[in-house]
Design a protein. Structure first.
Ligand code: ATP
Ligand code: MG
Length: 589
């Protein structure tokens, strides 16, 4: 269908380098992995390292084609940088070290350090620096479709998370922030087109809490139960965000006047929230207490790059757990660790199980709270003495936190930050990422060009990735049934899968003739001309997943062929005489 030349390139299953497997590979857990291996699309070489066999390679090339078309449409220019890279540029950006064990490092025969590129910001910045030196050259967007290497800790699901994988990475270079915004938006629009053309169901989530205007970084996640990314969405408004990016809806402050006095109670053996709630409900406080009425205080140590470790107290409602990813994102660029026994020993004012805001603030420890802990709220929390808690400790009267922090888990039913409804969580697979980098890398390599006024100006960058090989798995994951793959037309390895299910010589000749006609009409045909039973051939046609299956079988003698839609499962008999037109219509929709 996409081919313009008229030479005969019918793919004959009798010759195709293909072996389908009856059984699922033993190392496969997810459907796409099982099916892509069983259907002979890919083969495993090592953990996270796969070969592409003919049909798999065709799908991969189709995905690439769609991505290229949309990149070219926004003015992207394709180049190709090496995957084998010297250490120095990555040393300059500190990523030689920062990338940690994920980086494949190697040495050449002279003992020089090399690496296999995991992503190419450094090299693109250097490439632009090497060629361009005037404002007249900008803006420019460059991209490549290239094999990347990452020594992933957990390669997974075949080509879904590989250690060698194919990525489209592009980089925009603009001289102004407005320019960067426009380049970013162009990529974002192109990605929407790409994933729509590929029939991928996806959401766009903001990847950061929006400190840089909300669109500094967004991820495209394919909706999938087997995804490793959790995100939340609001079904009413379509809001979607990474859990790290969710901002808690802050309740209104409450009046303090008339609230009961804070009172310390003996609460022996209540080191956990459950035991504390049990105690409270047996203590005649005049109300029913739940975990949400308690304030638990978690102690961590944080450190800014190059700085010293400092204690930090975090108060969150007792019915919620700390979400370490959210905490990490909130503290960035500082890192954190949980405190240890030694820290308790060195800071005797920390009473394990009974830590309260008072002792923290009295000892100069920074104390931050969940945004729900607003002025006028009353809490049951530690009283900084073994076996003691304080009840009715009021924010703004009895203590004032040093600030708020997004560290508590986000739960289904929480209010959506856009006020439109509630949040539900879902899982996704990252298929693309758009990111406003700014001048991080142009600073590292002092990429300066002459502005119109003759002064040097430093370009600002965007970086944008699409996981091309991963998309093959994602499409397979979203489009299959128990029998096999079901490729969307745009990426299918062929347009028509023509099965000869009749030993009769005239039927075989008829099928050959029909295949040739389809081919001449510009459709890509797979012809199952093997000497195998119809049952085996039908099973393989389902497994391989070409959208339109045509069967030349018993009906041939009566002038009939069967046409099956692999996507809907529908099948019907059509007249052999008009088969060509009907098949073309079925394929082209
Ligand atoms: P992930 O969180 O899944 O590891 P990432 O944040 O590391 O992804 P980027 O560095 O932004 O991903 O890379 C751009 C794109 O490359 C991703 O959106 C994804 O589609 C793809 N990709 C990343 N790592 C892999 C991998 N190990 N195997 C296959 N594709 C990958
Ligand atoms: Mg990664």
């Amino acid at each position: 269908m996409r081919r313009l030349s008229l030479d005969l390139v019918i793919t004959r299953l009798s010759h195709l380098f293909l072996r389908t497997l009856r059984d699922d590979p033993s190392d496969a857990e997810v459907a796409s992995h099982k099916l892509l291996v069983r259907a002979g699309y890919v083969r495993r070489i090592a953990p996270g390292v796969y070969s592409w066999l003919p049909l798999g390679l065709r799908v991969l090339r189709e995905v690439e084609r769609v991505v290229r078309e949309e990149m070219n449409a926004i003015g992207g220019q394709e180049i190709l940088l090496p995957a084998l890279l010297p250490r120095e540029p990555y040393e300059a950006s500190n990523r030689w070290t920062e990338y940690g064990p994920n980086l494949f490092r190697l040495k050449d025969r002279r003992g020089n350090d090399y690496m296999l590129g995991p992503t190419h910001e450094e090299l693109f910045a250097l490439t632009v620096k090497g060629e361009y030196n005037s404002y007249k050259d900008f803006p420019v967007t460059l991209y490549q479709v290239q094999t990347k290497y990452r020594d992933e800790e957990r390669p997974r699901a075949g080509i879904l998370r590989g250690r060698e994988f194919l990525m489209k990475d592009s980089y925009s270079f603009d001289l102004t922030d407005e320019g960067l915004t426009a380049s970013y938006q162009a990529h974002r629009d192109a990605y929407e087109k790409i994933f729509t053309r590929l029939s991928v169901k996806y959401v766009v989530v903001s990847a950061t809490s929006g400190a840089m205007g909300g669109s500094a970084s967004e991820e495209f996640l394919a909706e999938s139960e087997i995804g490793e990314d959790t995100y939340v969405r609001c079904l009413e408004s379509g809001y979607a965000a990474n859990v790290e990016a969710v901002k808690t809806v802050v309740p209104d402050a409450l009046p303090i006047d008339g609230l009961p006095e804070a009172k310390v109670y003996d609460t022996a053996n209540t080191p956990t929230i459950d035991t504390l709630v049990d105690w409270a409900n047996g203590a005649d406080l005049g109300r029913t207490v739940t975990a949400a009425d308690t304030l638990k205080n978690i102690m961590v140590k944080t450190r800014l790059p190059g700085g010293e470790w400092e204690l930090l107290g975090i108060g969150i409602p007792g019915d919620r757990e700390v979400d370490e990813k959210r905490l990490e994102a909130s503290l960035e660029p500082a890192e954190f660790v949980m405190i240890t026994e030694t820290d308790f020993k060195n800071n005797p004012f920390l009473v394990k199980g009974y830590i309260g805001p008072k002792a923290l603030q009295a000892n100069g420890i920074r104390y931050v709270v969940d945004p729900r802990v607003v002025e006028g709220t009353s809490w049951i929390t530690g009283a900084d003495e073994d076996g003691k808690h304080v009840v009715d400790l009021v924010v703004g009267r009895d203590f004032t936190p040093d600030g708020t922090i997004e560290a508590a888990e986000v739960r289904d039913g929480d209010a959506s930050p856009d006020g439109a409804g509630t949040l539900v969580s879902a899982r996704g697979i990252e298929i693309g990422h758009v990111f406003q980098l700014g001048r991080k890398y142009t600073d590292v390599f002092t990429v300066d060009v002459l502005a119109e006024n003759g002064k040097p100006v430093r370009p600002t960058m965007g970086s944008y990735g699409v996981g091309i090989s991963r998309l093959v798995a994602v499409i397979a994951e979203q489009h299959h049934d128990e029998k096999g793959l079901r490729w969307p037309a745009e990426v299918s390895p062929a347009d028509v899968h023509l099965v000869i299910a009749n030993k009769d010589e005239t039927a075989r000749e008829g099928a050959e003739g029909l295949a040739a006609q389809l081919d001449r009409a510009g459709l890509e045909v797979i012809l199952d001309d093997r000497k195998a039973s119809p049952g085996v051939k039908f099973k393989d046609s389902e497994l391989l997943g070409i959208p339109t299956v045509v069967v030349v079988g018993r009906g041939w003698a009566d002038g009939k062929v069967e046409i099956r839609d692999r996507f809907t499962g529908e099948s019907r008999e059509i007249d052999a005489a008009s088969a060509l037109d009907e098949i073309i219509t079925a394929v082209r929709g």
